[in-house]
Design a protein around this ligand. Structure first.
Ligand SMILES: Cc1cc2nc3c(=O)[nH]c(=O)nc-3n(C[C@H](O)[C@H](O)[C@H](O)COP(=O)(O)OP(=O)(O)OC[C@H]3O[C@@H](n4cnc5c(N)ncnc54)[C@H](O)[C@@H]3O)c2cc1C
Length: 335
């Protein structure tokens, strides 16, 4: 049987491990912490090309393909694990609070229409006022914690070995295995899916670095929000049980993980403009996570003609891009 060592038990490492195990690979996944404790745990779960993309790039193509793959990805995961994955094709509303924002939103919508992201004008009411907005019917939501739990269960069911608290310190020559503090693990192939830490593992890879984002959680009654609502860098969405998730900041702060109260306050203030019910309500929780950024977009594929592959650099869209990335890795491994 062919063997592969995967570095990183985030959504990229686990989704790829699952798809490879389904195709008969014997997979071992290593993580320096517990599985799913970094960006993939921190994410909101928007599947929202409408909020993220307005030009034709590799990212836009992957994002639209992956969005289309999501229903089947969720169905496969649910069938494999008997777990429920909270996924909703609910659309998004993007609100303009002033004329300049409205012009920017209209221009963006025209660019997006040319690359296959539809939207239509609408109105948005908050605090007794009515604002111009656009409705993006195709944007969707998934609960990343459900996806992650299901991926872990699916991996275990397929016999994937998950070695937590074991840091990979070196990729062996040509991708012939990995070295950790506990020993050497030879394998036929290696997949580097270590998020913001990826490029440190192998000289010559496109640089990856962390972009910190704060998230807030409010305990609310269900039914407050129908889909994603966003405006000027702030977004809100509601889980089925009622919890409202609000994000986020974009901070160049290295691997720092401190919660910054002034950033939490600022996000809360801007969110309450969109959903006045949040005014005066204390967040029940807040956290941050480290998005894996690169200069070149997602780095997915084989490293030269070695036996090392990569799947990292998904920045703000890794939850969205998991289906397409894992499918690409599985296809490339088959050839
Ligand atoms: C605040 C926030 C909100 C977000 N919201 C969304 C959203 O709404 N929609 C969306 O699509 N995306 C969103 N994202 C982006 C998404 O979370 C990421 O793109 C995605 O989770 C990246 O997954 P990953 O598996 O590459 O990285 P990670 O989840 O960071 O996983 C990498 C793993 O590698 C491990 N690792 C690192 N180095 C080593 C080593 N040497 N040895 C062993 N293990 C190692 C780490 O411990 C970690 O578990 C958000 C991100 C943040 C931070």
């Amino acid at each position: 049987m062919n063997t592969v060592n995967v570095v990183g038990a985030g959504i990229m490492g686990l989704a790829s491990a699952w798809r490879l195990a389904q195709r008969g690979w014997q997979v071992t996944v290593f993580d320096r912490r517990e599985a799913i404790r970094e960006a993939s745990w921190a994410a909101a779960g928007m599947l929202a090309p409408g909020g993220e993309i307005d030009s034709k790039t590799l990212l836009s193509e992957l994002a639209l393909r992956s969005l289309a793959m999501y229903p089947e990805f969720v169905r496969d995961l649910e069938e494999e694990t008997n777990l429920t994955v909270e996924y909703r094709e609910c659309g998004a509303t993007e609100v303009a609070f002033d004329d300049a924002a409205f012009t920017a939103l209209t221009d963006k919508a025209a660019r997006q229409a040319r690359i296959g992201i539809p939207s239509e004008p609408c109105r948005y009411s908050a605090n007794g006022s009515d604002f111009p907005a656009r409705r993006y019917p195709d944007d969707a939501i998934v609960d990343p914690l459900c996806v992650n739990d299901a991926l872990l269960a699916a991996c275990r069911k397929r016999g994937v070995a998950i070695r937590e608290h074991e840091t990979v310190t070196e990729i062996l020559a040509g991708g012939s295995g990995v070295k950790t503090e506990q020993g050497e693990y030879p394998s036929d192939r290696v997949l580097i899916a270590a998020g913001a830490w990826s490029s440190a593992l192998l000289p010559g890879l496109p640089r990856s670095w962390p972009v910190k984002g704060h998230m807030l959680y409010f305990d609310m009654e269900p039914g407050l929000l129908n889909g994603i609502v966003r405006s000027e860098g702030v977004y809100l969405l509601q889980r089925d049980a009622g919890g409202v998730i609000v994000g986020s900041s974009m901070e160049d702060a290295g691997f720092d993980r401190e919660i910054a109260p002034e950033i939490v306050t600022d996000i809360h203030r801007r969110a309450a403009k969109l959903l006045p019910a949040l005014s005066g309500v204390k967040p029940a929780d807040c956290w941050n996570g480290l998005r894996p950024a690169t200069d070149v977009g997602p780095v997915i594929g084989r490293v030269d003609d070695t036996n090392t592959w990569t799947a990292y650099g998904h920045f703000r869209n890794g939850i969205l891009l998991a289906p397409v990335t894992s499918a690409m890795i599985a296809e490339q491994f088959a050839n």
